[in-house]
Write a protein that binds this ligand. Structure first.
Ligand code: HEC
Length: 151
């Protein structure tokens, strides 16, 4: 059975849900304190860490990829799990990230959401993570999510 997205929130605040076309919660900026991620063991991104690329740069080298998964797991736990669910299993308040497109096909969408978050009509659905956590942390999380992927 498909879980009903946003159903848990609906009991709490039906007004917000009515204002949201897809049924996810609306989050206030103040709710989220980013947890720093130590990415010093990961190689820098070319040409530089602040030029955002659209393909996971850590997937090609097995050793780097393994390190990225490790760092990504804890970065996810500290920054994403509260909304997207422990171990990437969504409880319904935000999309289930196990179903993102696999590999390169899903990289661009993933990193654009990570960097910019999601807002509509002045409401924040997901806060932007790019400035706070940096691109290296984003690709580390993406690498770990690869291990959780489901069709
Ligand atoms: C405060 C809650 C919250 C936090 C924290 C959060 N997200 Fe989100 N995220 C959402 C919501 C809600 C959406 C759906 C946005 C929409 O529908 O426009 C979303 C959407 C996404 C999407 C697009 C999913 C899809 O199926 O289209 C990705 C990728 C994503 N988030 C990644 C992350 C990552 C990685 C982190 C941690 C670094 C994170 N999010 C932290 C609430 C959150």
């Amino acid at each position: 059975m498909m879980p009903v997205k946003g159903s848990r929130i609906a009991f709490v605040c039906s007004a917000l849900i009515a204002a949201s076309s897809i049924g996810y919660n609306v989050f206030a900026h103040g709710n989220v304190t980013p947890q720093a991620v130590d990415t010093s063991k990961l190689p820098d991104i070319k040409p530089d860490n602040t030029t955002w690329v659209t393909k996971n740069p850590y997937r090609d080298d097995p050793q780097v990829y393994a390190m990225a998964k490790k760092i990504g797991e804890s970065a996810y736990g500290g920054n994403c799990a509260r909304c997207h669910g422990l171990d990437a299993i969504s409880g319904g308040i935000a999309p289930d990230l196990r179903y993102l497109d696999k590999g390169e096909a899903g990289d661009e969408w993933f990193i654009q959401r990570f960097q910019h978050g999601s807002s509509r009509d002045g409401k924040v659905y997901m806060p932007p993570m790019g400035d706070a956590l940096g691109q290296k942390a984003g690709w580390a999380i993406r690498s770990w999510l690869d291990t959780k992927h489901e069709e």
